[in-house]
Design a protein around this ligand. Structure first.
Ligand code: APR
Ligand code: PHB
Length: 389
């Protein structure tokens, strides 16, 4: 088989890139290790920056999102019972939207299938060959049969555990990582959200987040120990702990119910450099991970897709390689800023096992500064809604 761009990984990065290219007449094949149902079973953050919203529309998959999403003009932050808001609209003239990543992925799958462009599931042993030469190819196995795809370029959209990043030799690859000493225990429940806005809550007992998917579907998280397992937490224990970490006014308003999903995610900051090796381009979680505080995971993947899409368009439309040559530099410039914001917001809001009294005072002072200072709020708002591409 031959294609112009082989896309490894059928998560949001690979599917979005594939859909954008398809609309411009550029052929792609998507190889996905799992099944569609498996990919759609993963629950991730649900905040989209305007750049991601625009890309969904440009890819022709924005209709349901535009109908069903909720626009959020700000967010709430609390420390104990002290609750304050940051208004994105005032500071940036922009908002974010709440639309679950699962729904984004579902819309992209539907579009891919409707377009007839190839997507292969259950691909095993995917391997990238000759990415540093002029004629790369990808090999893989499905149901015991070996296959080969020849291509012009390879998009490595296969997430943190994929093969694409590992294909870049260690002599050129540099990785930067920070692992945080706690996790997030998250639940989804068919209950109305406690507040119209998200609440990022810091408390003596640790961090909590009140988020939502729609008027009757809430997503809540609490900071937990890395040694915890979801089975250690009954629903009642989760709700009790959440109530203790959010302001009393919100705890009283909280409507609880049975969880329909419960899981623990570790928190990590990670970046690999460079994001391009010859004709291989890393995109999304394959190249970088952020802790979920601030919901930058999908949104950083989106800016990579933007730079790669435009680089490929210029290459195929007018033979101009500049966008591809500069892909890594451009993508990383924005990624590092989103990494900084996610790291800052994580440090600001969580309790650390080895935190001293002094460290705690610094956190309290910084939250108070954010509450009282318009410029600090403007910086927060600019980062939260997403820096320009
Ligand atoms: N071969 C083929 N597919 C693979 C391979 C492989 N060797 N390894 C992984 N995959 C697939 C995974 O099964 C997954 O469906 O690649 C896909 C990668 O998807 P994601 O992990 O969702 O990564 P990405 O598309 O970059 O999306 C970024 O997802 O993890 C969140 O917070 C992150 O929201 C961000 C978004
Ligand atoms: C979520 O709704 O899952 C969510 C929202 C905001 C975050 C992280 C997760 O910062």
């Amino acid at each position: 088989m031959r294609t112009q761009v082989a896309i490894i990984g059928g998560g949001p990065s690979g599917l979005l890139l594939g859909q954008l290219l398809h609309r411009k007449g550029i052929d792609t094949v998507v190889l996905e290790r799992k099944t569609k149902d498996y990919v759609l079973g993963r629950i991730r953050a649900g905040i989209l920056e305007v750049g991601m919203v625009d890309l969904m529309r440009e890819a022709g998959v924005g209709d349901r999102m535009d109908r069903e999403c909720f626009v959020h003009d700000g967010t709430l932050i609390s420390y104990g019972d002290d609750l304050f808001g940051i208004n994105f609209k005032d500071h940036t003239d922009t908002s974010v939207v709440v639309y679950g990543q699962t729904e984004v992925t579902r819309d992209l799958y539907d579009a891919r299938e409707a377009s007839g462009a190839p997507i292969l599931y259950n691909t095993e042993d995917v391997a990238i060959h000759d990415a540093d030469g002029d004629a790369p190819h990808v090999t893989y196995r499905v149901a015991g049969q070996d296959h080969r795809i020849d291509c012009d370029f390879i998009a490595g959209c296969d997430g943190f555990h994929g093969v694409s990043r590992q294909t870049i030799p260690l002599s050129v690859r540099r990785e930067y990582e920070k692992v945080y000493p706690f996790g997030w225990l998250g639940i989804l429940s068919e209950t109305p959200p406690v507040n119209d806005e998200l609440i990022y809550a810091s408390s003596d007992r640790g961090f909590a987040l009140c988020s939502m998917r729609n008027a009757n579907l809430s997503r809540y998280y609490i900071q937990c120990s890395l040694s915890d397992s979801p089975d250690d937490w009954t629903d009642a224990a989760f709700w009790d702990e959440l109530r203790r970490r959010i302001p009393a006014s919100e705890a009283e308003a909280l409507i609880t119910g049975p969880s329909i999903e419960k899981s623990i995610a570790p928190l990590r900051s990670f970046v690999t450099e460079p994001m391009r090796w010859g004709r291989l381009f890393l995109c999304g979680d394959a190249a970088h991970i952020v802790p979920p505080t601030g919901a930058k995971g999908l949104n950083t993947a989106a800016s990579d897709v933007h730079y790669l899409y435009h680089g490929l368009l210029h290459r195929y439309a007018d033979g101009d390689d500049d966008g591809l040559e500069r892909y890594s530099e451009r993508a990383l410039a924005r990624i590092w800023k989103a990494e900084r914001f996610s790291w800052w917001f994580t440090n600001l809001m969580h309790r650390y096992p080895d935190q001293s009294e002094f460290d705690l005072k610094m956190q309290q002072a910084e939250i108070a500064f954010l509450r009282d200072n318009r410029d600090a709020q403007a910086v927060m708002a600019q980062n939260y809604v997403g820096l320009p591409y």
